[in-house]
Design a protein around this ligand. Structure first.
Ligand code: ADP
Ligand code: MG
Length: 257
């Protein structure tokens, strides 16, 4: 996966609600970028555009090989703000649904079987071994998020989009999730765009943080996180960077801009 260039002149919903304006940034191959911004700024809208779910905007999303969504062999993993599992499908079936939908026509049964084994391995990786045949309503909210994380990784994505993935989890569970995600990223080094409203989390996870303005949203500030990994959310180095950003940019973080 090459560097991605996002250039959105304008994204306007009906009734003239302009959400994104002059919104441009690049993400390098294998980079972990966090996007921090106030609620309603357009973070989910941005991810939908990058994922190709929303094509009703003025602008382009490209790599050096051309338009991102013209690239036939590109896999994008998307972990939505809500787990969005199909309630009538088991954990394994939920993950296989994405794999099958993405499989080329005429895929051989043996290939599908291999993919199923891979899905089972992903389920084990996120710590849900033995839950393959459970239904979403039989799982806690945290477990449902784990399924959503496994599903996002199931296609071996070159690009991973994560929309406030650990929101509403208790902090020990969120910490475990963060470690898990970083371990999975370390082994494959996907390009990651990670949306959060938690600055500490952004510092803990990312190589670079982009701060968004209020709507219509654009990028106000870029901050490189040059801290060694592994990092933990309550470590001294994360706390220090957190405090210095709060001191340097109080208006941005108060959502005044
Ligand atoms: P964020 O994820 O930063 O909280 P969203 O991207 O979800 O923000 O939404 C940005 C703005 O766009 C909000 O004001 C929201 O109400 C509006 N919006 C989002 N989706 C739609 C839609 N499908 N139709 C109209 N307005 C929308
Ligand atoms: Mg959102």
């Amino acid at each position: 996966m090459n560097r991605i260039e996002i250039d959105i002149d304008n994204k306007t919903f009906p009734h003239k609600l302009c959400v994104l304006e002059n919104f441009s940034f690049n993400v390098c191959a294998g980079e972990f970028v966090a996007i921090v911004g106030p609620s309603g700024a357009g973070k989910t809208t941005l991810l939908n555009i990058i994922a190709g779910i929303d094509s009703d905007y003025k602008g382009v999303v490209t790599t050096s090989s051309g338009l991102l969504h013209d690239q036939a062999d590109l896999n994008i993993g998307f972990m939505f703000q809500q787990a969005r599992l199909m309630p009538w499908l088991t954990v394994l079936e939920n993950i296989m649904l994405v794999i099958k939908r993405n499989a080329k026509a005429g895929v051989r049964p043996q290939e599908l079987l291999n993919k199923q084994e891979k899905a089972v391995r992903m389920i084990e990786k996120v710590g849900l071994e033995g839950f393959e045949n459970r239904y979403p309503h039989q799982l806690s909210g945290g477990m449902q998020k784990k399924v959503a994380l496994a599903r996002a990784f199931a296609l071996d994505p070159q690009l991973l989009l994560l929309d406030e993935p650990f929101q509403s989890l208790d902090s020990p569970t969120a910490n475990k999730f963060r470690d898990q995600l970083i371990r999975m990223w370390n082994s494959q080094k996907q390009t990651v765009i990670f949306v959060t409203h938690d600055l500490r989390e952004a510092i803990t996870m990312s190589d670079r943080i982009l701060f968004l303005s209020q709507r219509p949203s654009s990028i106000l500030l870029e901050h490189r996180v040059n801290l060694n990994r592994p990092r933990t959310i309550n470590s001294e180095s994360v706390t220090k960077m957190h405090q210095s950003i709060l001191l340097d940019y109080p208006d941005i973080l108060a959502g005044k801009l």
